[in-house]
Ligand binder design. Structure first.
Ligand SMILES: [Zn+2]
Length: 224
């Protein structure tokens, strides 16, 4: 079973993806990690990926899909059914289609579903704009979930806290827009196949975790 997890910046996708994978006993595969792994091994695909990344280019679909498949197979114990929670992949409808074809070619075919973590935009903005970093030791804080004892001062080393450009309000709105525009075709792809489930991500972490697990299990029961 392959689960593609989608969610905007600030949706908690990384944390939730990892815990979903461990609850289901399958690997968690973030696209950045997979790309780094592919570049580290000196395979033909690895070298091809490296040549794009080093030029600051996106890796084209026909190269990225085999790289991900290879990593997916390598992340699973030999002889077991291939499974994984994918984060950041597929990034386009073309990649989703290519992945689907590749998974369908396994015997028996590997089922694939997509889960979307829904969090209202104002909540995302509040979460993201609350992020502060220490200018000295890099400790990170969030004014909502993990505030420093003194406003603007690091608990660990006492230096001033600052915000990354990415976490400023105007940049956040731009990031959210880019996210929703770029993922819409992928969401539509899975929705058209009936393999998309929405999960409320605006809830306590444990509650979201349960909802994701329930959604994954019910979607998989239908697709098997
Ligand atoms: Zn500090």
């Amino acid at each position: 079973m392959i689960i593609t997890l989608m969610g905007a910046p600030g949706s908690g996708k990384g944390t939730q993806g990892r815990s979903l994978a461990s609850s289901l006993g399958i690997p968690y595969l973030a696209s950045g990690d997979l790309i780094r792994r592919a570049m580290a091994d000196r395979s033909r695909w690895g070298e091809q990926v490296r040549s794009y990344i080093e030029r600051g280019l996106y890796v084209p679909d026909e190269d990225i899909v085999p790289v991900f498949l290879q990593a997916l197979v390598a992340s699973n114990p030999v002889g077991s059914r291939i499974g994984g929670v994918l984060d950041g992949f597929p990034r386009t409808a073309e990649q989703a289609l290519a992945l689907d074809k590749a998974l369908g070619a396994f015997s028996p075919p590997i089922s694939q579903i997509a889960l979307v973590l829904d969090v209202p935009e104002d909540v995302l903005i509040a979460r993201l704009s609350g992020r502060w970093l220490c200018s000295g030791c890099n400790a990170s804080y969030n004014v909502q979930s993990h505030p420093p004892i003194m406003v603007g001062v690091c608990d660990v080393c006492g230096r001033a806290l600052m915000q990354r450009v990415d976490d400023r309000r105007d940049t956040i709105q731009e990031r959210l827009l880019v996210y929703s525009t770029s993922t819409r075709p992928v969401v539509d792809f899975y929705a058209a196949r009936g393999s998309l489930r929405h999960v409320n991500g605006d809830d306590a972490e444990l509650k979201v975790r349960e909802s994701l697990l329930t959604a994954a299990r019910s979607a998989l029961a239908v697709s098997l």
